[in-house]
Design a protein around this ligand. Structure first.
Ligand code: ZN
Length: 70
């Protein structure tokens, strides 16, 4: 297996080392149904990037269990 080398660069400010992420259990609305979404936040310019804008969901039917909500 190749050594993982992923580089993230903020398209707004160019920062590449101040990332944070969060998972929103109902962050993506697909045809009225809510699915989990992953957001990357730039710690430099505070832009919130939706990961699905760049990467495909490899398991689109996946739902997070409802007891995590709230
Ligand atoms: Zn940025």
């Amino acid at each position: 297996m190749a050594r993982a080398r992923l580089h993230l660069i903020c398209g707004n400010c160019g920062c590449n080392d101040m990332w944070g992420y969060r998972i929103e259990p109902q962050g993506t609305d697909i045809d009225g149904e809510l699915f989990p979404a992953v957001y990357l936040s730039c710690g430099n310019c505070h832009t919130l990037h939706d990961l699905s804008d760049t990467a495909k969901n490899s398991n689109p039917g996946q739902r997070l269990s409802s007891h995590n909500e709230g």
